[in-house]
Write a new protein. Structure first.
Length: 133
């Protein structure tokens, strides 16, 4: 198990707060798949999410994912951003990358996707794959 259930809930809540609508494209699953492959990154982000939880519980006696008051959420996020800037910015960057890489989001933005199935932007046609004889 990469993250426990509470950490996953905090991760999903933070992602949704940073990029509203990210939950609708399965952001939690995308992040978990990423962290399963990158154990070092998972450890780094686990520590950052633990810090988020600790700040929330110290300030409001609730887990971050249980906060529903916008001011409380923003207060915790601002504190973590100020005190743990590297975690906060790297997590936000990761969420934004996963969000805008999703074809469902492309449709919302009226973007048809890469010009070729494999994303070859410099070609009018996909490269031919040679078959060895």
């Amino acid at each position: 198990v990469v993250f426990n259930e509470n950490t996953q809930k905090n991760m999903a809540k933070l992602a949704e707060e940073l990029v509203p609508g990210s939950g609708s494209i399965g952001m939690k699953e995308k992040l978990m798949n990423y962290f399963r492959r990158d154990k070092g990154g998972a450890t780094f982000f686990d520590a950052g999410l633990w810090n988020l939880e600790a700040v929330s519980k110290a300030a409001f006696k609730k887990s971050f994912y249980d906060l529903d008051n916008k001011e409380e959420i923003e207060k915790v996020m601002k504190h973590v951003n100020a005190r743990n800037k590297t975690f906060f910015h790297q997590f936000r960057t990761l969420v934004i990358k996963f969000y805008y890489a999703d074809p469902a989001v492309w449709k919302k933005l009226s973007y048809d996707g890469p010009p070729q199935p494999r994303g070859f932007m410099d070609y009018s046609e996909a490269p031919k794959i040679s078959k060895k004889k």
